[in-house]
Ligand binder design. Structure first.
Ligand SMILES: NC(=O)c1ccc[n+]([C@@H]2O[C@H](COP(=O)([O-])OP(=O)(O)OC[C@H]3O[C@@H](n4cnc5c(N)ncnc54)[C@H](OP(=O)(O)O)[C@@H]3O)[C@@H](O)[C@H]2O)c1
Length: 324
């Protein structure tokens, strides 16, 4: 038997149940991982609340690090005992064990710890595609990145600094401003107190930004468009404040022939080759000391609901992990 989190109806954190389940064997092409640490992500909340629909009952979570415990038929690249991590695949990472396709799993270099990997795989690969692929930064740009003290945000601040990019981060408190600055944000705006568009205008001497990375969604959509330079790119990659709806395409014309994209990790790490390339890039910046994965909070697996509540209520900074 093994413990895992399950939910049978959508709703608040109270729908998450810790259950004892039979330990299944991996099917052909799959591996069973004994999780050592599990990553908490905002997307887990979207599934729990029903914003992203899934068949119920369901497990939760897609990010963890652990040790290969059993391999299915035909798996050639992994053997029991391998130290591994993953950031995609079927829901169910919130558990002592998880079974998933072997091609979604990557071996960890000895230099990267289990907790670090669980805290940084999904968020770090996201930053990899945002900064290196969606809008490939060359160095020298001044960009706007919302929620800069969060899990994704603290990695983005550091990676942008390493690329020679001036990242203007937004945050909701002086404490979070300190965290974003400490992680390498070039400037920080408190979007709960300051006029973001005016501050970006000052900071860029009127030029505005070639790209805005927006994971806040509903509350920041209009502001983000107004912070873009002509022909700038709006990268809308999350809905922390709610989804963006009812967009009038003509707005993109009137605000300066803007580009908009709504990317996902699954859309970028869509082949084994691309997944491995992105992992190499992420492990490289960690190993060179350019990016450190900050674990702000640790919870026991049984406290998954509390952990999600803290994330939803903006009480966390850096990454949060669950310990099975
Ligand atoms: N598309 C993708 O591939 C992809 C992959 C990973 C993550 N994401 C998205 O990236 C975002 C960051 O993920 P994360 O797991 O690292 O979370 P996080 O940034 O650690 O936490 C979310 C942050 O969003 C900010 N926020 C602003 N308005 C909010 C509101 N109304 N309610 C809650 N939070 C609000 C808060 O920071 P302040 O208090 O400073 O405002 C909060 O701390 C999420 O939107 C997530 O869905 C997208």
């Amino acid at each position: 038997m093994a413990k895992r989190i399950q939910f049978s109806r959508t709703g608040g954190p109270e729908v998450l149940e810790l259950i004892d389940d039979e330990l299944c064997e991996p099917a052909p092409g799959e591996v069973r991982i004994a999780n050592r640490a599990v990553g908490l992500n905002f997307i887990d909340i979207y599934f729990r609340t029903g914003l992203y629909p899934t068949r119920l009952p369901a497990g939760l979570g897609t990010e963890a690090a652990g040790v290969v415990d059993a391999v299915g038929e035909g798996v050639g690249n992994l053997v029991p005992g391998d130290r591994v991590a993953y950031a995609q695949g079927p829901l169910g990472a919130y558990g002592e064990y998880h079974i998933l396709p072997a091609d979604k799993v990557i071996q960890l270099p000895d230099t990267i710890g289990m907790e670090q990997a669980a805290a940084g795989m999904l968020k770090g690969l996201t930053v990899q595609y945002l900064l290196r692929q969606t809008y490939p930064l060359q160095g020298g740009e001044t960009i706007l990145f919302h929620a800069a003290a969060g899990g994704v945000g603290t990695i983005a601040c550091q990676w942008a600094r390493a690329l020679g990019v001036r990242l203007i981060g937004t945050v909701s408190s002086p404490e979070k401003a300190e965290i974003a600055s400490h992680n390498g944000a070039w400037a920080v705006i408190d979007y709960t107190r300051e006029n973001v568009v005016e501050r970006v205008r000052e900071l860029t001497d009127g030029a505005m930004c070639p790209v805005v990375y927006d994971s806040v969604g509903r509350d920041t959509w209009d502001t983000s468009l107004d912070c873009l330079a002509p022909r700038g790119t709006m990268v809308s990659f999350g809905n922390a404040s709610g989804p963006v709806e009812g967009i009038n395409l003509a707005t993109l014309n009137s605000k300066g022939s803007l580009f908009v994209t709504r990317p996902s990790l699954a859309g970028y790490a869509d082949t084994r080759e691309r997944f491995e390339m992105m992992c190499r890039d992420l492990f490289g910046v960690i190993e060179r000391g350019e990016v450190a994965i900050h674990i702000g909070h640790r919870y026991r697996l049984a406290e998954a609901g509390q952990a999600q509540q803290a994330l939803a209520e903006r009480r966390t900074s850096g990454s949060t992990i669950l310990l099975p």
